[in-house]
Design a protein. Structure first.
Length: 444
């Protein structure tokens, strides 16, 4: 496959951009392909090669690359009116109303510009309202490029996972394994009156896709309630992706105090939001005392893109379409994996999917052919990854260095490592899915 243009662009980029990219996951080996443009469910690289795209901007592009006319019109009208003002606009209120109407636990919101900013502000809010410093996070969960969650190790050995983060930041973070109720209970027994919040993705979407075991989130809800700590769901990926308009919190029937959003709600533009109970959200300045601000927050172009995307999704049954294709992909992948690599695990939900290259276990049975759901009655329950460490133990190098490259050669663009979720968009068709399954069959 000819990638001369991409190679030349990367050569130039290496001189002026750190590592040649602006987000580390994009630096694929030996060099990334540069995108010329998107087309529906496809991207076309700088050399004119077309790929079926399941990266979808790492999650935001619910509608794919070719936005419906009405979404484009809404964006363009806000661009022509002047991009932003430093004063409020109606469209911010409309998007907030839409989200409040659909996500059960969210009564109020504050918009920001990225998922990272949302988790930073949500943690400040939780610390501010409780007067406590410690935050419990899940090992392998991702909450953006921020110092309090770029922390690794266990509850007694938390340490920064990147240079540039003071040890003293990590002292306030307690990383625990996802799906491990005992450890959660233990850290609350030991530190209950110092914990401001538990911050978790409802489904680990940045680490292989790991589903919660039955009752796990309720345990976190009960523990936080009993100790007057907040429960924060990071729905930056799952919000308006899993469970349709209600989010993953609706699927698992959990009522978090705060929810962070990003990705889909910006319709492809930079966005984040902190939502939750009025008693908490109103503590942000200027209603309350906890400082929160941003030049670009509630940007009219972003708000219009997000609002029109969600309205379109509601009127055109987009979730029915993407979820059905997601299911078809997971079922098809389960069959292929049963034949080619029975130890592998198919994971995901709704329009999210991934094959985890687990090294042990039997084939997925019919019970879990729609993607591992941590179903205890499933023969394979024990071998389905339960937490970040289980995913780390998979054949991650094979995934990244052999499998991903070969899929790309065959025209399928997947997220570039074992960990990040893949996404179906409204633009994908049954034919795309069948072609993709055929490609997996050839490459696996
Ligand atoms: C992507 C992501 C973030 C970070 O969002 P950015 O917009 O990249 O800053 C935070 N949390 C989760 C769960 C994410 O998937």
């Amino acid at each position: 496959m000819n990638r001369d243009q991409s190679r030349d662009l990367y050569d130039r980029a290496l001189d002026v951009l750190a590592g040649g990219v602006n987000s580390s996951v994009r630096a694929t080996q030996p060099y990334p392909f540069f995108v010329q443009r998107g087309d529906g469910a496809h991207v076309i690289d700088a050399d004119g090669t077309k790929y079926i795209d399941y990266v979808m901007g790492y999650g935001p592009l619910l509608l794919g690359h070719t936005l419906p006319d009405r979404v484009v019109a809404a964006i363009q009208s806000h661009v022509s009116d002047g991009p932003m003002y430093g004063a409020p606009t109606e469209v911010e209120v409309e998007l907030a109303e839409f989200i409040v109407r659909h996500v059960p636990s969210v009564e109020m919101l504050r918009f920001v510009n990225s998922g990272t900013e949302a988790t930073v502000s949500a943690m400040r809010l939780a610390r501010g309202v409780t007067g406590r410093d410690k935050i419990v996070i899940m090992q392998g969960s991702y909450h953006g490029a921020q110092p309090s969650t770029l922390v690794e190790g266990g509850p007694e050995s938390a340490a920064p996972s990147s240079p540039g983060i003071p040890e003293s930041f990590a002292e306030h973070t307690i990383p625990i394994p996802f799906n491990d109720e005992e450890t959660a209970e233990r850290v609350f027994t030991e530190h209950g009156d110092e914990i401001a919040a538990v911050l978790t993705e409802p489904i680990l979407g940045n680490h292989g896709i790991v589903h919660p075991v039955e009752g796990y989130h309720q345990t976190l809800r009960d523990l936080t309630e009993a100790h007057d700590a907040l429960l924060i769901f990071d729905e930056v990926i799952t919000g308006f992706r899993v469970g349709g308009f209600q989010g993953a919190q609706g699927v698992f029937d959990v009522d978090p105090d705060l929810t962070t959003f990003g990705k889909v709600i910006g319709g492809g533009f930079p966005v984040g939001a902190i939502g939750g109970k009025t008693e908490y959200i109103e503590q942000f300045t200027p209603a309350g005392e906890i400082f929160q601000s941003g030049t670009f927050s509630g940007h009219p172009v972003t708000m219009a893109a997000g609002l029109e995307t969600l309205r379109y999704a509601a009127e055109e049954d987009v979730y029915d379409h993407v979820n059905a294709l997601g299911r078809r992909l997971r079922e098809g992948l389960s069959d292929i994996v049963a034949d080619r690599a029975p130890e592998y695990t198919v994971a995901g939900r709704d329009s999210m999917f991934k094959v985890i290259f687990t090294r042990r276990g039997e084939s997925q049975t019919d019970a879990c052919s729609g993607g591992c759901r941590q179903d205890e009655s499933c023969d394979r329950f024990e071998s389905c990854p339960k937490n970040g460490a289980d995913v780390d133990a998979a054949a991650t190098d094979r995934w990244e260095r052999l499998f991903w490259q070969e899929m790309l050669e065959e025209g399928v663009f997947l997220t570039a490592n074992q960990f990040e979720s893949q996404f179906v968009s409204a633009a994908h068709t049954e034919a795309d899915v069948e072609e993709t399954l055929e490609t997996y069959k050839n490459v696996l």
